[in-house]
Design a protein around this ligand. Structure first.
Ligand code: FES
Length: 279
């Protein structure tokens, strides 16, 4: 896995595929739909449950006598549902960092081989060649399992599509802490402050102040250097790195590639001093 992460020879293919994915999956609303912005959760890992469940079930049913029709149905379900899951995965992949894209490329290649083997298995079964269909399905399951293993590395070791900001909360104490004099905060401008070495942004609108973690949940971009934009009638901070947008009055993600909300911190004002702490 480490060698794949450092293998720059994968970048020629990866960079071309990234451009093709970005040119094909447009406009931004389509990308947001596939990232899972509407769900507040990455969509790809949820979608893969259907093909994985159907294919594993088919592998079990294939061991039982008189279950050819059930096995064919499960293989068909898994094969058809794998296509939109793969499209959502490609959309996520195109917004990853380069080392993550290298692993993601191998993850996608394994799963594409698995999908092709299952398509062959389905064709064989529909033509009455159930022995070949079974063999191809077991090969497909092996390739898809390797793909899942590599996907686990991408998510759990490399942190792809995992919120990069929320772990910051573990470095903050649960005491109220002063962050600014309320009177000194400018209206409708982003101000960056540190709380227990954790960077937060402050945004004042009237007497309401939002305190939000500064690290973007997508890839740790500095939201404090982002722009404030009105999106769907709400003031949002737009990440300067890849354009994810979060509502400043609640932290909800409204534009990807981030698929998770940004963490807002509770506030109170004591003697004109704005205080915050972990939720
Ligand atoms: S770091 Fe990618 S959108 Fe913020």
């Amino acid at each position: 896995m480490n060698r794949i992460e450092q293998n720059s020879s994968l970048d020629r293919v990866g960079d071309r595929l990234q451009r093709a994915v970005q040119a094909t999956l447009r406009p931004q609303r389509v990308r947001d739909l596939l990232h899972g912005v509407w769900l507040g959760h990455p969509l790809h890992p949820a979608m893969v449950q259907v093909p994985v469940g159907a294919w594993i079930s088919a592998a079990v049913v294939d061991l039982l006598p008189g279950q050819r029709r059930a096995a064919t149905t499960l293989v068909a379900l898994g094969t058809v549902s794998a296509v939109p899951a793969a499209v959502a995965g490609l959309n996520d992949w195109a917004a990853l960092s380069r080392d993550q894209r290298r692993i993601g490329l191998v993850h996608a290649a394994s799963n594409t081989v698995g999908l092709a083997l299952y398509a062959g298995s389905l064709a064989a079964r529909l033509n009455g060649r159930h022995g070949s269909g079974r063999a191809l399905a077991y090969l497909g399951l092996s390739a898809a399992s390797l793909g899942a293993y590599i996907g686990g590395h991408l998510a759990y070791k490399q942190g792809a599509q995992v919120s990069q900001s929320v772990s910051e909360l573990h470095r903050m104490s649960d005491e109220w802490q002063a962050v600014a004099d309320l009177a000194s905060l400018p209206q409708r401008e982003l101000v960056t402050r540190e709380v227990d070495d954790v960077s937060v942004i402050l945004y004042r609108h009237g007497d309401e102040v939002t305190v939000m973690l500064e690290r973007c949940p997508h890839q740790s971009g500095p939201l404090g250097e982002g722009e404030v934009q009105e999106i769907d009638g709400h003031a949002c901070v737009v990440c300067p790195w890849h354009g994810s947008a979060f509502r400043l009055n609640g932290g909800e993600v409204v534009q990807g590639p981030a698929a998770t909300d940004q963490q807002i911190l509770p506030t109170r004002v004591v003697d004109g001093v704005l205080q915050t702490r972990i939720p």
